[in-house]
Design a protein. Sequence first.
Length: 608
Amino acid sequence: MLRLLQYYKPYKNLLILALASNLLMSLFMVVSIPVLQPFLQILFSAGDGSAPGITLRAPGAQDSGFQAIENRVNAFFSQLIQDHGREEALLIVCGFLVLTFFGKNLFRYLSLYFLAPVRNGIVRDLRNKLVGKMLALPLAYFSEERKGDLMSRISADVQEIEWSIVGVVESVAREPIVILGSLAFMIVVSPQLLIFVFGLMLFSGLIIGGVGRSLRKQSGEAQSRLGLIGSLVEETLGGLRIIKGFNAEQWQMQRFGTENQRYAHTLTRLYRRKDLASPLSEFLGIGAVAVLLWFGAKQVFAGEISAATFITFLYAFYNIIEPAKQLSGASYSIRKGMGALERVEAVLDAPLGIHDAEQATEVLAFQDTVVFKNVSFRYQNSDRPALANIDLTIPHGKIVALVGASGAGKSTIADLLPRFYDVQEGQILLDGVDIRQLRLRSLRAQMGIVSQEAILFNDTVRNNIAFGLESATDEAIMAAAKAANAHDFIVEMPEGYHTNIGDRGSKLSGGQRQRLTIARALLKNPPILILDEATSALDSESEKLVQAALDRLLQNRTALVIAHRLSTVQYADEIIVLDAGRIVERGTHEGLLQKNGVYRKLVELQAL
Ligand code: ADP
Ligand code: MG
């Protein structure tokens, strides 16, 4: 509860207005109860034509504040009838009834009116926080938590929280007042009847509460199943090309169908439990009413209360049932909401892992060396190290190439430099300072990354190149595109630099996509470049265009180049051959050829 409250804080004023409206609304509801009684008494006394005898008090009851008020109300109505005659009094009473219900509904609307920006504001804040957190979390987090699960947290769970927010505000402000008001009235009318009502409510409350508790557990299960479905859909959409190409539609459909069936099954159980609540409470309610009718009628027969009073009492009781149901419904939705909030907060509270050290220093400009000193690294969920005892130095202005079989650990080295992961042993030093002592933003500002998979966004060509660099001028963007051999195809697109390139750049060819990412790196103009198999996904024609762009990008720059095709790294100042996370050979192209070792074998394999 308290944790939920902290989200309300920015909306204090609106919330107070909403609560106040709710308060007024319930007051109007309570006021409508004693109004009914004079009406009934006028009606019941229709036969004798005399002014009705007011027998509101149970015989022998003590005088209380409530009774004083009640008596005054009754006296007022008796006076009314005497002054204006029965029919006119009836009209006045009816008018009063309409008036109270007008007030009630006016304030009901007002409370919702003030509540709308609160609920949407809180939901917006939560979504912003969640996405902000996702952007801040280290990459390692996402290999464990499935994307679909995160998607469901941001949509379904946040939605759930919204419902419970509304539930809390409505029920906290309204229901208790209505219940208390009706109870107060009932106490005044007949304490014995009230004791009955209490016993009945307690009994039904216990039964319904039991149903609610088991609901919460099941709803958590349903939510995580929905997450699985989300990730399957995402996987399907992302892999459509492969799924169709491999005729795997049926296989994928089956995978999805199974998961979907499990979800449906969980939901069916959930609904059955949930749907039990309403019939159960109606039945319990009618049982309570029957008992009440029996007991109350006996009191009427005995002359202890008047028939009109008894009917008004029933009306008050009816007034309690709905709010009591609402309250129990709200407590259920609050509990569900708390479950959702816990899931959302699990993401919000996830440790950041990689963040700025307390006294992190700013990197002004890289000028000397990048050194990997005895670096070892193991992925969290893996049992063997991906890198062991890596020592390498990239001097300023030089190019170091990493080669080796797939899975050797080349990309892992490239990921350690911008701190996508932190080393477990050893150090990476930038100009002699451990990169963990540097401010993350300034460290990453030193680097440009071009990877095998061209990462593009559903936006215009221009924005994909200027990505993150808001200050970029059109001239600079065009110059970068020209240097990346991208300008020519860009101007041929329907809207040139302002053409939208589709989801992940789907409207472009592989080579065009890669040239856009190179243009992006050129525009950022970083001192250190990391190229991870930037050309290996391309056909030889576009590889030539991309390679020419890359050569331009590499001029006068410090670079860590990972290449699949060895011909592209011949001119590197040092070539490092990796195997299973270890350095097995190092040297220049010529030197390594003469050594007649692993590198030579790799080169000969490719020459075939
Ligand atoms: P390369 O780029 O040389 O092909 P990688 O650096 O990508 O190789 O991978 C090195 C090793 O680490 C491989 O055995 C791979 O299976 C493992 N690996 C890579 N990424 C992860 C990850 N996110 N989680 C667990 N293991 C990983
Ligand atoms: Mg790789």
